[in-house]
Design a protein around this ligand. Structure first.
Ligand SMILES: [Mn+2]
Length: 353
C-alpha cells in the first residue's frame, strides 16, 4: 500500500463498510474495464462479508452497484454485470462509495451529495489528479488500477477473494495496464495478478474478452481517423467527427483505444484524439510516452488522469479545441524535454516518470 498522506487508512474505511447495510457503489461515466471491474469486484467483496455464497453481488444486504452509462460490450459477461443499474434512488444509504473517479463530475448525475444527507462518501481511486472529494478518501497513486486497491480492501475487510471477485478485479488490472505493458507495472502489481489467478481468475480468457475486442465498425472508424493522422512536432493527433462515426456505423462508444495505438509511433512523445460528441463538446484523450506527463494538461482543461494516460472534455468546435490544446501540449513537452536533458546532464539516470 502506497497511499498518500491525506488518505484515510483502509482499516478505518473497512470498519465503516463492515457495519453498513445499505451501500451504494458508483463508478465513472464512459466506464472502462477498471471502473466496471472494480465496481463488480467491490460488490462481490461486500457480498462476501456475510460469508454466504449467493446468486449475485447485489442480492443480499442492500448492495447497489450503479453506473450512469451502459456496461461496454467486452465487460457484459463479467459475473454480476447485469445487476449494475443506471439510476439508483437518492436514499437511504449508510454509505456511498465512488470508485476509479478522480473528480465528482466524472461520476455524472450519480454524485448527489446534497441528497445523501449525512451519508458518508468514500472515495477509492488511483488517479494522480484525484480531487479528494469524499468524506473519506483513499487514493493510492502507486496502484496500477482501482482493482488493485480492491484487493487491499479485501484484506482490510478480512474477506476472502472468490472466483467472481477475482475475475472482475483481474479484468480491471489487465485493462488499465494494457495487459501489463504500462510503466507502472511493478512486481507488486504482478503479485496481485498472481493472487487473483490463484483465486480462480482466468487470465487468458480475460485478455481475450477485454483486450482483443475490436468490432468491424471500430476498425472502419480507425481507418477514417488514421487517414487524417498528423504529426506536429512530437505530437501525433487526429479527429473523430460525428460524420465519421455515422459513416463507420460506430456509435458514440469511445475511440476503441486509438489514442494508445497512436503513441506507438516512435516519432511521437504525446498522442491526442479529439472526438466530437453529440452534445457539441469535444472529448480529448491523451497518451504520453514513458518519461512524459499529460495529466497536468488534462487537469488544466478540467479533466484528469494518470501521467501517461489522461483526458478531458471541453466545449466548442474541433478547430477551437485544436487551437486551444495543441499549444498547451507543445509547451508541456518542451518543459519536460528540458527537465529530462538537464537531469541527464547532471548525471541522473533519466527514467520514466
Ligand atoms: Mn483505473
Amino acid at each position: 500500500m502506497n497511499a498518500t498522506q491525506t488518505s484515510t487508512p483502509l482499516t478505518d474505511i473497512a470498519a465503516i463498510l463492515r457495519r453498513a447495510q445499505r451501500v451504494l457503489a458508483i463508478c465513472h461515466i464512459s466506464p472502462d474495464g477498471d471502473a466496471i471491474g472494480s465496481l463488480l469486484g467491490f460488490g462481490w467483496l461486500m457480498h462476501g462479508r456475510s460469508g454466504t455464497a449467493g446468486a449475485g453481488p447485489t442480492q443480499e444486504r442492500g448492495i447497489t452497484l450503479a453506473c450512469v452509462d451502459n456496461v461496454p460490450t467486452p465487460y457484459r459477461s463479467l459475473p454480476g454485470a447485469t445487476e449494475i443499474i443506471s439510476d439508483p434512488p437518492d436514499w437511504p444509504w449508510d454509505v456511498v462509495v465512488a470508485l476509479d473517479a478522480s473528480d465528482p463530475q466524472r461520476l455524472g448525475g450519480l454524485f448527489r451529495p446534497d441528497r445523501y444527507g449525512k451519508t458518508p462518501i468514500i472515495n477509492l481511486d488511483h488517479h494522480v489528479t484525484n480531487l479528494r472529494f469524499g468524506d473519506l478518501n483513499y487514493v493510492d497513486t502507486q496502484a496500477a488500477a482501482t482493482a488493485q486497491i480492491m484487493v487491499d480492501l479485501a484484506d482490510a475487510l478480512g474477506v476472502p477473494i472468490g472466483r467472481e471477485a477475482a475475475t472482475c478485479l483481474l479484468t480491471g488490472l489487465v485493462t488499465d495496464t494494457l495487459s501489463f505493458r504500462t510503466s507502472n507495472v511493478t512486481a507488486q502489481v504482478m503479485a496481485t495478478a498472481l493472487r487473483l489467478m490463484e483465486a480462480g481468475a482466468n487470465l487468458a480468457e480475460i485478455t481475450e474478452q477485454a483486450m482483443n475486442y475490436k468490432p468491424l465498425s471500430m476498425m472502419r472508424l480507425w481507418g477514417l481517423a488514421l487517414a487524417r493522422v498528423r504529426l506536429q512536432g512530437e505530437i501525433i493527433w487526429t479527429d473523430i467527427t460525428g460524420e465519421m462515426r455515422a459513416q463507420a456505423g460506430a456509435a458514440d462508444d469511445g475511440d476503441g483505444g486509438l489514442t494508445s495505438f497512436l503513441i506507438r509511433a516512435p516519432e511521437a512523445k504525446v498522442s491526442v484524439v479529439f472526438s466530437e460528441t453529440p452534445k457539441g463538446q469535444v472529448e480529448i484523450g491523451f497518451r504520453a510516452r514513458p518519461g512524459y506527463n499529460v495529466s497536468g494538461v488534462a487537469l488544466s482543461l478540467g479533466g484528469g488522469g494518470h501521467p501517461q494516460a489522461a483526458g478531458c472534455t471541453i466545449s466548442g468546435s474541433l478547430a477551437a479545441a485544436h487551437t486551444r490544446v495543441l499549444p498547451l501540449l507543445r509547451t508541456a513537452i518542451d518543459a519536460q524535454n528540458g527537465n529530462l536533458s538537464v537531469m541527464a546532464h547532471m548525471g541522473f539516470e533519466v527514467k520514466p516518470a
